[in-house]
Ligand binder design. Structure first.
Ligand code: BEZ
Length: 210
């Protein structure tokens, strides 16, 4: 069954390039990104994993742990990691789960048989400190993901978890945000004492809370 927003992220134990990982224990009360790629020694995946490695300091800043997965084994992951370094100049600095029996892939519905009946699609799950799923993304094998977008979404998720705001289209950290419609003007005066701009009664823009 597909995993939906707000569901608890299923727990699992799996081998990885950094030894066995029990997901909930490993993530603790951090945020986490669990993402799958179809196959080791493939071109798009090589670029993706190098890019994520280069962005590790950005994930760290956001208190977000990252873990990758494919249906290959640890020995393949380890051999492939040299290629990732050679090609992208960034070395793996986060664990890659080995899932040759597709236990985690099945648990997270990462195999979409009408796309490919053996390989994982490019799934992304962002999991909050409460172990609930906050975001899911699914890309086909042929399209590498935009990891800057993933960081942008994490910024939005973390902000909106703390404040009664939502983020508009193409929002980036530091830009104005929207006061959620459920907050009355009366309550908004308390929460946003410096005021806001009313574009429509249901669309009130306010400086991003810190
Ligand atoms: C790739 O990473 O390049 C890839 C993987 C599986 C199918 C197609 C492309």
């Amino acid at each position: 069954m597909a995993i939906r927003l707000g569901d608890e992220a299923p727990d699992f134990t799996a081998d990885s390039t950094e030894g066995p990982i029990s997901f909930h224990e490993w993530k603790g009360d951090s945020w986490a990104v669990l993402f799958s790629h179809p196959k080791d020694f493939t071109p798009v995946c090589t670029t993706e994993l190098g890019r994520v490695a280069s962005l590790k300091p950005e994930f760290d800043k956001r208190n977000t742990k990252v873990v990758g997965l494919s249906v290959d084994g640890v020995a393949d992951h380890e051999r492939w990691s040299q290629d990732i370094t050679d090609v992208t100049g960034s070395s793996l600095n986060f664990p890659l789960l080995a899932d040759p029996e597709r236990k985690v892939a099945d648990l997270y519905d990462m195999i979409h048989p009408n796309a490919n009946d053996t390989l994982t699609v490019r799934s992304v799950f962002v999991v909050g400190p409460d172990n609930k799923v906050k975001l899911t993304l699914t890309y086909p094998a042929s399209t590498g993901r935009n990891f800057d977008e993933l960081l942008r979404v994490i910024d939005s998720l973390q902000l909106t978890a703390k404040h009664k705001v939502a983020t508009p289209a193409d929002w980036k950290d530091g830009e104005d945000v929207i006061i959620v419609p459920a907050v009355s003007d009366e309550d908004a005066k308390q929460a946003f004492p410096d005021g806001w701009e009313t574009k429509k009664p249901y669309l009130r823009l306010v400086k991003q809370p810190s």
